[in-house]
Design a protein around this ligand. Structure first.
Ligand SMILES: Cc1cc2nc3c(=O)[nH]c(=O)nc-3n(C[C@H](O)[C@H](O)[C@H](O)COP(=O)(O)O)c2cc1C
Length: 356
């Protein structure tokens, strides 16, 4: 981990653990709410709220987090800063609503994580406006899935952090992508060669433990972000059926796949065609593969929604609900408190790194 990156991260986010790689929880729409994000930040990481495409409740989430912190503060947080970030899906989220939520928030979120723009100029607009609205208190994180978009974001947006998302990631990402094992060092090399080597990189996609974190650091990252691992945390806003599916899945390259079928069936429309989502495979996917027409598949999906947790099946059969998760599922065997996950992953990674 480059010393300069580490210094800039601890300066920007002084509550983070000073002696381990930065551990963050990814913004997962509807799942990463205030309890999860605060637990991650309280443990010395940075938690991101899953604002997603609908930021209509962002003001109330920021207010809720501010209230929690006033009764139970996190040490070393600068005045005026809310020690959590906010994830925004740029193609769908309202910029004016996001800006007004930031302006009206007594404490400014430590970072806004921008993902999936319709075009790259939107990233410039969002970065500029968020910085203006927060008086430069809110840092800009941009999640990228190609070397070219990493370079473009670095060139045009002056990001404070680039999140390098590989194809193993759960949830949405680029249809055409590679795993971080080759993607991350290429981004590192290109940015360095082009004069953007000062930007810290956070690796995302398939990391669920200290081994993956240490590997990411060796590949060029200063920190990591996990989504799937935190699906199995006590603070995640997630149904039991979904969480059990994550716990029971193994062999993630086979049990998960990138697809658009789940978005089509549940009506999550509007994603640019360059994106799909990785999730645990179930009957919705296999029925389509075996020729079922979309109307019938959607009807069955809607039936499954009405069944609640049973929509994720019983005794390994009859699952139809969307179960976005990454290839790391096979390494997740228990639900843990988010703070314990952060501490364990950070300490384990540091142990591996100090040996190398
Ligand atoms: C259930 C789920 C929902 C997600 N929602 C979002 C989101 O709203 N915004 C976003 O930027 N990324 C989202 N992601 C992707 C994460 O930002 C991150 O890239 C990914 O979780 C990292 O891979 P991992 O799941 O293997 O840890 C989501 C991921 C999952 C698993």
């Amino acid at each position: 981990m480059a010393t300069s990156h580490f210094a800039s991260l601890t300066q920007d986010y002084p509550w983070i653990s000073p002696s381990t790689p930065l551990i963050t929880s990814a913004p997962m729409r509807l799942i990463s709410t205030v309890p999860l994000t605060l637990a991650v930040s309280r443990a010395g990481g940075i938690g991101f709220l899953g604002g997603g495409t609908d930021v209509s409740n962002l003001s109330s989430l920021l207010h809720e987090a501010t209230q929690f912190l006033s009764s139970s503060p996190i040490p070393n947080v600068p005045e005026k800063i809310l020690p959590i970030g906010v994830g925004v899906i740029v193609w769908g989220a309202s910029l004016p609503s996001t800006i007004s939520a930031i302006q009206n928030s007594k404490l400014k979120p430590a970072a806004v994580w921008l993902f999936a723009p319709e075009n790259s100029t939107d990233l410039v607009t969002w970065s500029t406006e968020v910085r203006k609205a927060s008086n430069n208190l809110t840092k800009i994180w941009i999640q990228v899935g190609t070397v070219q978009s990493a370079f473009e974001a670095a060139r045009t947006c002056n990001p404070d952090v680039l999140v390098v998302q590989g194809s193993d990631a759960g949830g949405h990402g680029l249809v055409q992508s590679s795993s971080i094992i080759s993607f991350l060092p290429e981004v590192y090399d290109v940015l360095k060669a082009q004069g953007y080597g000062h930007i810290p990189l956070v690796a995302a996609g398939g990391i669920v433990d200290g081994r993956g974190t240490a590997a990411a650091v060796i590949l060029g990252a200063s920190g990591i972000s996990m989504g799937t691992r935190f699906l199995a945390s006590t603070e995640a806003e997630i149904s039991n059926g979904y969480q059990n599916a994550v716990l029971h899945a193994s062999d993630g390259g086979v049990s998960t796949k990138r697809s658009t079928v789940y978005d089509r069936l549940r009506g999550t429309t509007g994603w640019p065609s360059t994106y799909d989502g990785r999730g645990i495979l179930n009957d919705s996917f296999f029925d389509e593969q075996n020729g079922m027409n979309e109307a019938e598949n959607r009807r069955l999906y809607e039936e499954a929604v009405k069944k609640g947790d049973l929509g994720w099946g019983k005794d390994g059969k009859g699952a139809r609900m969307t179960t976005y998760a990454g290839t790391g599922v096979g390494l997740i065997r228990e639900v843990r408190r988010a703070g314990e996950i952060v501490n364990e992953v950070a300490e384990e990674a540091q142990k591996f790194l100090s040996r190398s």
